[in-house]
Design a binder for this molecule. Structure first.
Ligand SMILES: C[S@@+](CC[C@H](N)C(=O)[O-])C[C@H]1O[C@@H](n2cnc3c(N)ncnc32)[C@H](O)[C@@H]1O
Length: 251
């Protein structure tokens, strides 16, 4: 399991996401891998909830491990901040009365109003193993925002054009009206590199009709999204290093 300090650096793709798509929103991350971006988004934008799905149970185990690690680090940080501010309050209140009031109340209670409303990451983020294309397991709710970053190629190579259309149609159904679908498609040239991963992928590669350059038309004209925005336009070739565009489709 390769979970190390590099996972704690913010993924450059998170930088181009808009707060309004996530803050206080119910979100879904399809193909979440080890959950690093899912957790970064939850933490940065304070989602109401975010569910990360992945077909690979080992990756979902990694994601839960990473979430526990992150939650522990966060709680330790909060406790340290609390202890420091209790100490500062106690040192600042030299009168006997205020010291007595504090000691009666106890440090946790006296400062609890500072943290009320703050939620732990583990209350916000959850993960589950699911093959998004083939699963019939119902989702408990609809979402405001659905992410599909660097996943479409794998679904396309494994389940062909039918799989891709199932992916897009399911996302459409699971989004609230006004919701946003964030898609980072992989370019056709990268399909070629991976076409030999299995016989199924090779066969699908040969029969694919819907190339990534058609995805926008499919999503707008066939699936029914209202409009699309290239959220990385102007960033390609810059130091931010986006070699692939990321699109936001609005339902
Ligand atoms: C290249 S990784 C992308 C990970 C992450 N979204 C990112 O951009 O860093 C693709 C992920 O999609 C997952 N995946 C592929 N097919 C899937 C499916 N049908 N349902 C759910 N996850 C799938 C893979 O297991 C893998 O973790």
């Amino acid at each position: 399991m390769a979970i190390g300090p590099s996972h704690e650096a913010e993924d450059p793709r998170v930088k181009v996401l808009k707060k309004e798509w996530f803050e206080g929103k119910d979100c879904l991350d399809i193909g979440c891998n080890s959950g690093v971006i899912t957790i970064q988004i939850a933490k940065k934008f304070n989602c109401k909830s975010i569910l990360g799905l992945d077909i690979d149970s080992g990756l979902i185990e990694d994601a839960f491990w990473y979430l526990r690690k992150f939650t522990k680090t966060e709680s330790a940080g909060k406790k340290q901040a609390k202890d420091t501010s209790v100490k500062a309050v106690q040192e600042g209140n030299s009168s006997e009365q205020s010291t007595t009031a504090l000691s009666n109340e106890g440090p946790n209670e006296s400062l609890s109003h500072h943290s009320s409303g703050e939620r732990n990451l583990s209350d916000i983020v959850t993960f589950r193993r699911e093959n998004f294309v083939q699963s019939h397991r119902p989702h408990e709710k609809c979402y405001d925002t659905i992410l599909c970053l660097s996943v479409a190629k794998w679904i396309h190579l494994n389940w062909g054009d039918d799989g891709l259309i199932t992916l897009f149609s399911k996302i459409w159904k699971l989004l609230h009206p006004g919701g946003v679908f964030i898609l980072e498609p992989q370019p056709w040239e990268s399909y070629e590199k991976n076409r030999k991963v299995s016989e199924t992928a090779s066969n699908n590669y040969r029969s694919i009709m819907f190339r990534p350059e058609h995805f926008q038309d499919i999503l707008l004209d066939k699936i029914g999204f209202r409009k699309v925005e290239d959220i990385t336009s102007g960033l390609s070739g810059t130091r931010a290093g986006f070699d692939r565009p990321i699109f936001a489709f609005y339902k």
